[in-house]
Ligand binder design. Sequence first.
Ligand code: ADP
Ligand code: MG
Length: 355
Amino acid sequence: LALPAPRRIKALDQDVVNKIAAGEIIVAPVHALKELIENAVDAGSTALEILVKDGGLKLLQITDNGHGIDKEDLPILCERFTTSKLKAFEDLTSIGTYGFRGEALASISHIAHLSVTTRTKESSCAWRAVFADGKLISPKPGQSAEARPIAGRPGTQITVEDLFYNVPSRRRAFRSASEEYAKILELVGKYAVHCSGVSFSCKKHGDSSSGLSVPVSAGIVDRIRQVHGTNVANELVNFKTENDRWGFKCEGWISNANHSAKRTTMLLFINHRAVDSAVIKKSVEQTYATFLPKGGHPFFYLSLDIEPQRVDVNVHPTKREVHFLNEDEIIAIICDEIRTSLGKVDTSRSFMTQS
Ligand code: ADP
Ligand code: MG
C-alpha cells in the first residue's frame, strides 16, 4: 500500500497563532470581563463601573479610577506578552497582582474592537487609542495610527465591542444574551464581595438602574447583603483558620445551619483570584450535609491565602484554576473548622431555647 507523501511543515502566521490563543483564553464575554476587572483592581482602583450590551457580545465597558496607563506605553499595550507586572520567571512565586502574562488585552484585541481611554494623574489630559490585532490603529480611515488627546478623568476606560466578530462559529454558539449577562453579574458579584474598599456597579446598556451596586464603604457582610440578599446575610458566621505547617490562612463568611438553599453558592478566592474548585465545593457540601435538611445547600465565601511558593498559578492561561501543594490536608482543615463553627452555633441555639 502506498503511503501518502508527507505534507511539508510550515510555521503558522502570527495572526493565526494569536487568534487561536485568544480563543483559548476568552471563551465567553465573562472571561474578557474577568481580565478587565482584575486589571482595574491591579491598577489600584477604588471605583469600577461596568456597562454591558447583549450579554457582553455587543459591548463590554469598564471604567476605573486607577493609576492609568502612560501615554508612551499605549503603542505596545495590546502586544502579546507585554506587562508591567512580571519581569523574571522567578517573580511568579511572589506575584501580588492578578495579571502577569500580558495576554489579556492582546487576546481581546484579536477577537473584538478594542479602544482605551486613559489618564495618569501626571497627565494634563486623557488619551484615547484604538486597537486591532495587537496593534494601535488609526481611529478613522485617513488618520494616523496614534493615541489622541481627549478630555477625561484620571483612570482608565476600556471598551470592547463586537466580541468574536471575526470568529463566526464562536459567535453563533451563544444562544441567549441574558444567560451571558447572568454569568457576568455572578462574576462581578464575586469581586464586589471580595474587594473591600472598591465600589462596583454593573448595568445593562439602556437600563436606568444597576443590576448590581456596592458602595465603596460597605463591609463584607453588607456586600454579601447587596449581592445575595438579606436572607443569606442574616445567617452568616465569620470563618477563620490558619496553619503554619501547610502555609495557609483562610478567612470568610459562611452560612449557618438556618440557611438552606436549593443550590450551593461558592465564592472562592485563592490568593485573591476568583477560582473554581470542584473538590473544595464538594468537600464543603459534604461537611454541611449533616447540618442541613436533606437537599439543602450552603452559601460560603472563602478567601484562601497560600504561601505563593506553594501555589502554581500558571497551569492555564485563563488562571481559572490554580494548583497548590497539600490540597487534601488544607481542605480537611478548612472543613474541620467549618464543622466546628456550625457545631458551636447549634449548641448556643439549643442552649438559648432551653433557658
Ligand atoms: P497583565 O495584566 O497580565 O499585565 P494585560 O494584557 O491584562 O496583561 O494588561 C497589560 C498591561 O496593561 C498591564 O500590565 C498594565 O500595565 C496595563 N493595564 C491594563 N489595564 C489597565 C488598567 N485598567 N489600568 C491601568 N493599567 C492597565
Ligand atoms: Mg491583566
